[in-house]
Every structure is written in structure tokens, then in C-alpha cells.
Design a protein around this ligand. Structure first.
Ligand code: S3P
Length: 432
């Protein structure tokens, strides 16, 4: 489906964007491994997280839905059942990589595949360390591309340096580590999102973390996980689109309710504050071990260009496309480097952003690991390709709001992967 977004007058109001995707995935995957019944309030119902529910049902987990509440009847750490068919991971990298960690320590054979985008994404970063833990894994390109098969085996703990600071890799190894003999230690040069660690601590797992020169997680062989009741806050990665809109559309003011502001996730908002954005956290509080806030955003006409470097990337990795959109409207230059991970997301997001910015009249320089965006540019408008990547579709919808001739987005319906209500929510806060 193609969608056209045209210039608007302003953004006004309040919005509770859908629940956090990362926490929603973990709320099903980890509670499936508990001994007993867990409940999840405000589970995200979107393409990727529904994939997780489907996959865990195929692995024998009873998951009941009752309105906004999900009940997961955990099967214990090694209690999954052999699926009778290939598992379809759809578009979801998180489901795939975390589930590899689950399956490696079970006592059966399974195969997983995914859509055209997921089948291109690198899985060796998970399958290689899992093999070092003694996992029996095969697949295309020596086990680094889907389809991938896993024959469950007896795992042993390892020490691993998570060079890319990938939360999916870290989480897969933590999960496998629970079913492994001995201790598994994972170190990261920059701390990636820590929802797995937080939730497992909440469930009583023998997991410890320490922060110094590197961030270190240690997990021991785990006997059991306690069931929990989780409430999922709003997703900062989804809130980022609306915050960006309020910042760049004149005379706007918006309150984003109950947003997760865990420091491993709110880098987008902090970087924008550094650029001079009028963004305030109000009513900061804790919800099942995570920090949430209402985020108040006002139009900010005097933003200044800054540098975004490798150390900044993990806490804003999914927000770079919409950050680039804001960067077209600031004074001076914005230089983004250290972001080569963007090349292997749902699309090559560096290429997708650079090409699409050029298509709508923006001058931008592509770097191997980022881009340089000149500020205060006129957005003429035109045609962009989402590459069926949800975050590209939504980022360019926001740019459409300040375009002279409107922006038409190819395959805009892919927004359903993380945010099915995106276009309705946009309608509800715009004034024409
Ligand atoms: C995620 C981790 C990040 C992020 C993805 C979700 C997670 O990926 O981009 O959207 O839930 O663990 P990487 O682990 O590849 O950095």
C-alpha cells in the first residue's frame, strides 16, 4: 500500500504509543521458560510480537489472550516440545536470535526460516558463540543465514566479548547460559539494552551485572524461573516518530504518555536535548523494574547540529532514521558515525535513508558507517521507498509533514511490524 503524507499546520495533544517491542518479545519468551503462569499487561500486538506468540505456541506453550492481558503458561527451562513443522520467524530478528538461544539447549530438532528480509540478515553472530557453547546448529552459508536447523544438545558456559554491543546476541547467550553447565559471562564495550537481565533478575535467575570499563553479565546454570506479572510501557522507538514531528512542525506541542526511558533506550531523546530540543520528562516513575515517564515535546526552531558516535549508537540504534529526518531541520551539520549495524537491519538503513532523503530534495553525504546531513534544508517532497522496513516508512511519513509537495511512501503498510495504528495516531494529533 502506498501512502501520501502532506504538509500540516501543527501537532497538538497527547498520545500513548503502542507498547515496547523488545520488552513484549521477552515477556513471552522468558515467561515461557518459567515454572507457572505469568501475566503480561499491555502486550504489543504488532507483526513482530505476534510472530513470537505464534512461534512459542508451536513450541508447546499455552498462551491465552484476554483483552489487553496475556497469560503465559510456562513450561520450565527445558520443557518445550518439538515443533512439527518449520518455524516461521516472519520479519523478526529478535524472535529469531533469542529463540536460537532457547532451542540450543532443548532436547529436540527444529528448523526456522523467515521472510525475504530476515533471510538476508546475519545470524552467525549468534550461531557461532552458541556453537562454542557446544550447540549443534546448521544452516545456509555454514549456519549464518536462515533457514537454520538446531539439534538440541548439552551446553557449556563460555566467556564472550559482544563486540557489536548487540542486545539480541547478548540475550541469546544469556538464555542459552541458563541451560548450560557452569557459568556464562558476556562483556560489552558499550551497554546494550538490558531488558533480558532486568526481567530475569525479577524472575529469580542467578544473574549478576557489573559496570566498569566494560559492562559484564554473568549467568549461572538455572534450576527454575519464577512466573511474573509484567506491565509493558510505551515504546520509546515508536514515541520517537511523534517527538520528531512535534520538534520540526512549527507551533507544535505534544505529550507522549508512559514511555520507557531506560537509559539503554532513550539516547534519541538525550541527543536531541543536547541539540537544544525542548523535551522534558515528567512524572518519572517505575513499572515492573523499568523507568517510565511522560515526555513533553515542544516545537524547537533553534536546534544545532552535533556528532553522533559509536558509543551513542546502542541507546538509539532504531531511531537513527527519524533522527536523520530531524537533522535536516537543524542549524549546521549533523555527523553520524559508528553506525554500520544499520546496514544489517530490516533494510540497509544507511542506504535507505540517504537515497530517500535525496529523493525528496535533501543534500546528504553517505558514509560507510553513517552519514553527514546539512541542516535547515527545504523538503521539496516526492516518492520514497520504504524497502518494506517499518522504521523507514514511519520516518519518511514524519518528513512528509513539513514537505512542500507531499511525500509518497511505497509499501507504507509495513508499519504494522511495530506500530499497526501509526497512521491513525498521526491523524489524531495533526491540525491541518
Ligand atoms: C533489539 C535489539 C537491537 C534492535 C532491535 C531490537 C532487541 O538489535 O535494533 O530492533 O529487542 O534486543 P541488535 O541486538 O542487533 O542491536
Amino acid at each position: 500500500m502506498e501512502k501520501e503524507i502532506i504538509r500540516i499546520k501543527r501537532i497538538k495533544g497527547e498520545l500513548r504509543v503502542p507498547s515496547d517491542k523488545s520488552i513484549s518479545h521477552r515477556s513471552v519468551i522468558l515467561t515461557s521458560m518459567a515454572d507457572g503462569v505469568s501475566t503480561v499487561k499491555n502486550f504489543l500486538k504488532a507483526g513482530d510480537t505476534l510472530t513470537t506468540i505464534n512461534v512459542y505456541r508451536k513450541l508447546g506453550v499455552k498462551i491465552e489472550e484476554n483483552g489487553g492481558l496475556i497469560k503465559v503458561l510456562g513450561r520450565g527451562l527445558k520443557g518445550f516440545v518439538e515443533p512439527d513443522d518449520v518455524l516461521d520467524m516472519g520479519n523478526s530478528g529478535t524472535t529469531t536470535r533469542l529463540t536460537l538461544g532457547v532451542l540450543a539447549g532443548q532436547e529436540f530438532f527444529s528448523v526456522m526460516t523467515g521472510d525475504g528480509s530476515l533471510r538476508k540478515r546475519p545470524m552467525g553472530r549468534v550461531t557461532q558463540p552458541l556453537r562454542n557453547m557446544n550447540a549443534d546448529i546448521d544452516g545456509r552459508n555454514r549456519g549464518s543465514l536462515l533457514p537454520i536447523s538446531v539439534r538440541g544438545s548439552k551446553l557449556k558456559g563460555i566467556s564472550f566479548f559482544n563486540e557489536k554491543a548487540s542486545a539480541q546476541v547478548k540475550s541469546a547467550l544469556i538464555i542459552a547460559g541458563m541451560n548450560a553447565e557452569g557459568e556464562t559471562v558476556i562483556e560489552e564495550p558499550f551497554k546494550s539494552r538490558d531488558h533480558t537481565e532486568k526481567m530475569l533478575q525479577f524472575m529469580g535467575a542467578p544473574i549478576t551485572v557489573s559496570e566498569g570499563d566494560v559492562y559484564r553479565v554473568t549467568i549461572k546454570t538455572t534450576e527454575r524461573l519464577n512466573p511474573i506479572d509484567v506491565e509493558v510501557p510505551a515504546d520509546p522507538s515508536s514515541a520517537a516518530f511523534f517527538a520528531a514531528a512535534a520538534l520540526i512542525v512549527p507551533d507544535s506541542s505534544l505529550i507522549l504518555k508512559e514511555v520507557l526511558v531506560n537509559p539503554t533506550r532513550d539516547g534519541f531523546f538525550r541527543k536531541l536535548q543536547e541539540m537544544g530540543a525542548d523535551i522534558r520528562y515528567e512524572n518519572v516513575r517505575e513499572k515492573t523494574g523499568e523507568i517510565v515517564a511522560d515526555i513533553h515535546v515542544n516545537y524547537s526552531p533553534h536546534l544545532r547540529g552535533i556528532k553522533v558516535e559509536r558509543k551513542d549508537i546502542p541507546s538509539m540504534v532504531d531511531e537513527i532514521p527519524v533522527f536523520a529526518v530531524v537533522a535536516t531541520q537543524v542549524e549546521g551539520e549533523t555527523v553520524i558515525t559508528g553506525a554500520s549495524e544499520l546496514r544489517v537491519k530490516e533494510s540497509d538503513r544507511i542506504k535507505a535513508v540517504v537515497e530517500n532523503l535525496r529523493n525528496v530534495g535533501v543534500v546528504v553525504e553517505e558514509l560507510e558507517d553513517g552519514m553527514i546531513i546539512k541542516g535547515k534544508q527545504k523538503i521539496k517532497g516526492g516518492y520514497v521507498d520504504s524497502y518494506k522496513d517499518h522504521r523507514i516508512a514511519m520516518a519518511f511519513s514524519i518528513l512528509g509533514l513539513i514537505s512542500e509537495e507531499g511525500i509518497k511512501i511505497k509499501d507504507a503498510d509495513c508499519a504494522y511490524i511495530s506500530y499497526p495504528e501509526f497512521f491513525e495516531h498521526l491523524q489524531s494529533v495533526v491540525e491541518r
